[in-house]
Design a protein around this ligand. Sequence first.
Ligand code: PEP
Ligand code: MN
Length: 365
Amino acid sequence: MGNEQLEELRKELDEVNLQLVKLINERAKLAKEIGRVKSAQGLNRFDPVRERKMLDMISENNQGPFETSTLQHIFKQIFKASLELQEDDHRKALLVSRKKQADDTVVEINGERVGDGQQRLIAGPCSVESYEQVDAVAAALKNQGVKFLRGGAFKPRTSPYDFQGLGEEGLKILRDVADKHGLAVISEIVNPGDIPMAVNYVDVIQIGARNMQNFELLKAAGSVDTPVLLKRGLSATIEEFMNAAEYILSKGNKNVMLCERGIRTYEKATRNTLDISAVPILKQETHLPVFVDVTHSTGRRDLLLPTAKAALAIGADGVMAEVHPDPAVALSDSAQQMDIDEFNDFMAKLEESGLYKSQKKVVKG
Ligand code: PEP
Ligand code: MN
């Protein structure tokens, strides 16, 4: 007898559960619809005044046995889930997302097609110091079949008393040297107002880690069609990184490449912590090429080769590393730049590992 009654009650409970599922999903559909209407009107999805009204309605109509605070707590979870549902839709709609574009973005730079499956190197000094310094590095790059010459002309230094870079003069040096050796120039720009000037010299605008959320700079870089290499912020989540890239794309510039360069953690053995798993995550979630900067992530010369191998093995579209003819006298990052012999050795070992396919021209005998 008791068992039958239990069965009966359970059946009724199941019915109610099913109705709740149906009702909650009906509610979700309405909430999504409201989200769409709000977004069309440019309104914020989260509306605390409206939420307060709904919570008040619960308290006015609650006949128990649940306490009003309990019901309000449950509803708060439903509100939150509905908002997340709306945000998921938003995420799906991001221009950087694979959901928006299934095929990989290929960025054309000086006849090179970055993101086409061939993995590439970006190398060069931390800062442009002189024509001779850049020329020496560029010759080494050319010799190794590396096509992308980097060098900082505007340096975002932690201390205002440190070398700030040569500015436009540095960009001129990069351009002259790159033209001499047939290389492409990548250089960081820090001021949105400098973008129109910079595009006369660079093939790729770099936006540095410290400026990843400099939204005016992102918008300025998005307003030209020069390719952009966007570096991950020092403490940026992958989602924030993707949204920073979205700023550039949303302004019309589709030629965006991402660069994982290590993030701040409590670990002190390296300058930053290379978030290697960010690479496959970014490759899955976005259609943009992804680079790994092994110099600024590790801050250690002895880790450049193993981390570069890891980056190539995990599917990065390329690796960035700093090279200086005489790192001991470099005006910035002297501890981790490779000299030219070390760079040649680095390249040889990458090739030996089978992970890197050289772009060196084969000289036919
Ligand atoms: C750089 O690449 O020169 C640089 C300053 O790197 P980051 O912005 O990643 O620190
Ligand atoms: Mn540097």
